[in-house]
Design a binder for this molecule. Sequence first.
Ligand code: FMN
Length: 146
Amino acid sequence: MKAAILFESLTGHTRVAGELIAANLQQQGWGITGVSPVRHPEMLSIQDADVVIVGTWVHGLFVVGQAPWGLGAIAGLPALRGKLAATYCTFALNPAKTLDKLDAAVSRLGADVIGGLALHRSKLPAHAEEFASRLVANVPVAASRQ
Ligand SMILES: Cc1cc2nc3c(=O)[nH]c(=O)nc-3n(C[C@H](O)[C@H](O)[C@H](O)COP(=O)(O)O)c2cc1C
């Protein structure tokens, strides 16, 4: 399987998470077509990928109003029809329904979103490994449904 990773990041955690996810997927035998910012996506990396992974960070008032940052930029990504997608967000305290909102935004691009994970910013290596393992386990099942 080949994956493209697209991230939206202000202070770097979500970018680092994307790089860690890429490294973990490669260790499990996947190819990575690119790791690029949502606002400057590598178009070829998206085109060449079977799975597109979209990550952003949680913005809110920490206990209320949490939402994925950059939904406008995510809505401006190219169409993902025919592709599987997975999502992640990084957070400090509580992601609330951020992933559901991110999944809905990525679904609107036409992708078949198979799920996502919220990664605590202080546990990125462990949570990125968890994300990659779950993805590798779930993609063959999802791909067989397509
Ligand atoms: C303005 C602002 C609002 C934030 N709101 C929340 C929040 O509501 N809940 C939460 O868990 N983290 C919140 N965070 C923390 C970020 O989601 C977290 O630090 C994230 O990893 C940042 O990603 P980045 O380094 O890629 O920009 C907020 C951060 C900022 C700067």
